[in-house]
Design a protein around this ligand. Structure first.
Ligand SMILES: Nc1nc2c(ncn2[C@@H]2O[C@H](COP(=O)(O)OP(=O)(O)OP(=O)(O)O)[C@@H](O)[C@H]2O)c(=O)[nH]1
Ligand SMILES: Nc1nc2c(ncn2[C@@H]2O[C@H](COP(=O)(O)OP(=O)(O)OP(=O)(O)O)[C@@H](O)[C@H]2O)c(=O)[nH]1
Ligand SMILES: [Mg+2]
Ligand SMILES: [Mg+2]
Lengths: 277, 292
């Protein structure tokens, strides 16, 4: 039943399966199918094409309100704190965002706030060089808050427009690491009132239901004002973002679609919905 | 967790005295939903619940257990046996130096796991050699060098402009000359749909003939786990799996999915960011975790 012909129960089952395989979750997939079945029974969906279009519309409508760019604006520096669990693509995403900002003419400073992981500072330094951004870093093993503090000082002194703060990956279940992040937020706020203006949570599209727990916990404990969904260039569809959207009402700023400097797209609800099933 | 959700459903089973066609469907539905919520792949869930159904309906009544207890036992035992048998170690029973390849998606924990395996081998009185074969990611070579220095294990001085296949071949040669008996090859993260990079893995395998090829997979991986595992397995043949970030709260259903589509044993579990955070894999513990 691939796209042409009349609707029957098999088609609905297939769509439910496709949504589950896209990590939308069994409950949400079930809800969509219940809604589609009702429309079909009322005669509103004459064929499979109409059914698929309707599902795409429903998903787009759920996600469209989440499309909004990072509101970079004076007074500068505009501070972006980048957080998330281990390995999701925080450091790489910072490089990509810095590149976009540089292309728009903004002076950018990167803060090497991951003072824990091996070669994290070295990795960010390569990105700073690639995009033409300043970077502030201390030695590996130093205090992350101290780096952040120095970075904000430097940004104010140099007239930097945007500061992107890299942080160590941390599982949301590690209370002491979440507490460390709350401390960093306080340090930022004391140094620059109103900062950080953006707390950007990076989520990995290859994750399953745990992405929802991550989003809820980070939002609850630290606060989240924007989301980036990475690794959509693989075969994972990132359907968890539908539940993330329902449970937190955080804008999705970008999607990551690769490992190089240009592989960042503004989040588009309709293209995301089209690719989902 | 499953037993809580089950209470209502199982009370129904208990009331009927034995498991039958009539009362099992609701229980199976709860199992199915629990497994999907735990990120077990949809198709694997279907196969598993079908197997549970036939076992439960075909089973003799167990005198010592009520039908609901019996049902939970079938589910738990079925999952444990699907997870694989006893904990296994690296396959080191061959003439040294034994190369071990670590492969997987971006960010899954390969480099860190290389360091962990090196420490594990050192504790077992072996002489490991760490090889950075990732020439793409910024500071990847530096990352493995830092880890090696933290535990006093030699690291091959990879040339970032070299071909990873040549790096691996040269490193195994150097291990041989310096008396190292196990060579841990840290490969770059790659998409299973990147033909060129998947071909690079096949060429590395061909060049060094590894004793083990481990898929390093993130415990938080969702439905996509089967696609990834199948592709890596078909390209290079996996001999084992290392499941990382198990110190989080992901239920880890990807483990069952990966096992189901590759048959490869899960050999190790990563339980933290430090190099000593590596444990053997216990199938029954994983089954309990997935079932919640
Ligand atoms: N295919 C693909 N890979 C990505 C994407 N974003 C990041 N990566 C890769 O994912 C891996 C991890 O990226 P990092 O930027 O180091 O992730 P991180 O969150 O900073 O990791 P930690 O600091 O260790 O927690 C690297 O190999 C990146 O190149 C993406 O959108 N697509
Ligand atoms: N909490 C936790 N973090 C882990 C574990 N294993 C690795 N990590 C972290 O996950 C992140 C990514 O680890 P890497 O070793 O850089 O991952 P990788 O697979 O080599 O990444 P690429 O080379 O970019 O593909 C780092 O922050 C590690 O510290 C684990 O078992 N638990
Ligand atoms: Mg990082
Ligand atoms: Mg690596």
């Amino acid at each position: 039943a691939r796209g042409i012909g009349p609707v029957d129960e098999n088609v609905l089952v297939e769509l439910e399966e496709a949504l589950i395989l896209a990590d939308a979750g069994a409950d949400l997939a079930g809800e969509y199918v219940v809604a589609l079945r009702a429309k079909w029974r009322r005669g509103e969906l004459p064929d499979i094409a109409a059914l698929r279009l309707e599902l795409k519309k429903m998903i787009t409508n759920t996600l469209a309100p989440r499309m909004a760019p990072i509101p970079v604006a004076p007074p500068y520096p505009f501070v972006v704190l980048v957080i998330g669990v281990n390995g999701v693509g925080k450091t790489t995403t910072i490089g990509k965002i810095a590149h976009l900002l540089r292309e728009e003419g903004h002076p950018v400073l990167l803060a090497a706030g991951d003072t824990f992981r091996a070669a994290a500072i070295g990795q960010l330094r390569v990105w700073a060089e690639r995009v033409g951004a300043d970077i502030i870093h201390h030695k590996e093993g130093s205090d992350s808050s101290a780096v952040v503090f120095d970075s904000l000082r430097a940004a104010k002194a140099r007239g930097t427009h945007v500061v992107l703060i890299d942080t160590a990956g941390r599982l949301h279940t590690k209370t002491h690491l979440m507490e460390e992040m709350r401390k960093v937020v306080r340090v930022i706020g004391r140094e620059i009132p109103g900062a950080p203006q953006e707390i950007l949570l990076v989520l990995d599209a290859t994750n399953g239901r745990n992405a929802i727990t991550q989003a809820k916990t980070f939002q609850e404990v630290i606060g989240v004002t924007g989301i980036v969904l990475t690794k959509l260039d693989g075969t994972a569809k990132g359907g968890m973002v539908l539940s993330v959207t329902k449970e937190t009402d955080v804008p999705i700023r970008f999607v990551g679609v690769g490992e190089t400097i240009d592989d960042l797209r503004p989040f588009d609800a309709e293209s995301f919905a089209s690719a989902l099933f | 967790n499953l037993s809580e959700k089950f209470q209502g459903v199982l009370k129904n089973l208990r009331g009927h005295g034995r498991i039958s066609e009539g009362n099992i469907e609701e229980a199976l539905r709860e199992v199915r939903l629990a497994l999907l919520e735990a990120d077990v792949n949809y198709k694997v869930v279907k196969e598993f619940t079908a197997a549970v159904r036939s076992k439960a309906l075909g089973a003799e009544v167990m005198a010592s257990l009520s039908p609901d207890q019996h049902f939970i036992k079938i589910v738990h035992d079925g999952m444990t046996s699907m997870m694989g048998g006893e904990a296994q170690d690296l396959d080191l029973a061959r003439r040294p130096p034994v190369p071990v390849m670590l492969v997987g998606l971006q960010g899954s924990g390969k480099t860190t796991s290389c360091g962990k395996l090196a420490l594990h081998l050192q504790k077992k009185k072996r002489r490991p050699f760490l090889v950075p074969a990732d020439v793409y990611r910024p500071a990847a070579i530096e990352q493995l060098k830092v880890l090696g220095s933290q535990i006093g294990i030699p690291v091959f001085d990879s040339d970032p402009n070299a071909d990873p296949v040549d790096i691996c071949r040269e490193a195994v040669r150097q291990a041989d000359l310096t008396g190292c008996d196990t060579v841990l090859l840290d490969t770059a993260g790659r998409l299973h749909v990147d033909e060129e990079l998947m071909e690079e893995l096949r060429r590395i395998k061909e060049a060094v003939d590894p004793g083990d090829i481990l898929l390093v997979a993130d415990a938080m991986t969702g439905q996509d786990a089967v696609n990834v595992a199948k592709a890596f397995h078909e390209k290079v043949g996996l001999t084992g799996v290392l499941l990382t970030k198990m110190d989080g709260d992901a239920r880890g259903g990807a483990a069952l999915s990966i096992r189901a589509v590759t048959g490869a044993p899960i050999k190790f579990v990563g339980v933290g960011e430090k190099l000593d955070a590596l444990e053997a894999f216990f199938p029954d513990r994983m089954a309990s975790r997935i079932l919640g």
